[in-house]
Design a protein around this ligand. Structure first.
Ligand SMILES: [Zn+2]
Length: 346
């Protein structure tokens, strides 16, 4: 989700930028018809501090290349890591405008319509968003001592978080720029989210709960976003967020071949628990709960091995049941796939 808009480039910035304006013809894989797209590849400014804790001790970690289509040239991205909190981030990150272009044909912003039935069918096979939405809404409500029953769902996606907040009695505001997601949201919840960027959203009243699931890892300026969240909350209100874990066993195992946390360049930040906590604490929050979530799609193994029929069914059952103790252990060791964090505004 590109929550922040497109800053204009100053002359000075332009000189500093490693600016490569390529007129690339890219073939969109999403549509069967051939679409020609012009991409402007511009990197953003060089970062000198950690995006999470603000520490200046950062160093180069690894490179990851990205190519949005098979026909396009590769682009290089460099990942830096903070010595203090371990959080990673792209340095230089892509410029916001380039990121926006990438969203046009990556999975982040849907490039074509999807029906609510399809989304619900997917959830029935592999319960994911619905489970997370209910768990996070209930926990956020538990810690919300502000007396304020208004909830803000930033990056509302298909609308499961808004639905869950309403079920427990919240009046909600939902923000999401993606039009195809917003159609599913409407079919699910009966109303429209505000199709605005978080940066441009202005609230008339404060909120008791703000939820951001899978959003912070996309933001070029997470510190600025959290500052805004803090401004939007009532005193003793709760911020609930979910991000991929940079310390996950998948990243440790696969390195840069890992594509969930290190989905580059859509994800520009790779948080550790320590980094995320530091980011919140320096914006006036007290972290009240941090937990990890590990969930592996049941068909992950059978798909990888190309199994069909009975062998596939056996592999799916193995993944379904063996992952319960495995996920518990990974989460316990701090190696889980996602971090969930709840923080109260002081
Ligand atoms: Zn840091």
């Amino acid at each position: 989700m590109s929550i922040f808009g497109i800053p204009s480039l100053s002359n000075n910035q332009q000189r500093m930028l490693k600016a490569r304006v390529l007129q690339q013809i890219c073939l969109s894989k999403v549509n069967t018809m051939t679409t020609a797209t012009t991409i402007t590849e511009i990197y953003g400014e060089t970062l000198h501090e950690c995006v999470a804790c603000g520490d200046g001790k950062i160093r180069y970690w690894r490179q990851k290349n990205f190519h949005y289509t098979e026909s396009a040239k590769q682009s290089e991205f460099h990942i830096y890591r903070c010595d203090n909190c371990g959080t990673g981030f792209l340095n230089q990150p892509p410029h916001a405008q380039w990121l926006q272009d990438i969203y046009e044909y990556s999975g982040q912003a849907l490039t074509q319509a999807i029906s609510l039935e399809k989304v619900l069918a997917r959830e029935a096979v592999f319960p994911n968003c619905t489970v997370d939405a209910e768990r996070m809404s209930r926990a956020a409500n538990l810690f919300n001592w502000s007396g304020n029953r208004r909830g803000l769902d930033v990056g509302s996606g298909f609308g499961f978080y808004t639905q869950a907040l309403r079920k427990i009695g919240y009046r909600t505001v939902s923000i999401n720029p993606g039009k195809f997601e917003n159609q599913v949201f409407k079919d699910l919840n009966g109303d429209d989210p505000l199709p605005v960027m978080f940066e441009n959203y202005q609230a008339s009243e404060p909120f008791g709960v703000v939820i951001m699931s899978q959003v912070l890892e996309h933001l070029l300026e997470p510190d600025r976003a959290i500052g805004k969240v803090s401004d939007l909350l009532a005193a003793n209100g709760v911020f609930a967020c979910a991000v991929p874990n940079y310390d996950s066993f998948l990243v440790k195992l696969l390195g840069t071949r890992e594509n969930a946390c290190l989905w580059i360049p859509e994800h520009v930040n790779y948080f550790t628990r320590k980094g995320l906590e530091a980011l919140l604490e320096r914006n006036g929050f007290r972290v009240v709960r941090a937990e990890q979530i590990t969930r592996i799609p049941f068909d992950a193994l059978s798909r990888r091995l190309g199994l069909k029929g009975r062998p596939a069914a056996i592999a799916d059952a193995l993944v379904k049941y063996l992952q319960i103790p495995f996920a518990g252990l990974m989460n316990f060791l701090g190696l889980g796939i996602y971090i969930n964090l709840y923080a109260v505004k002081k």
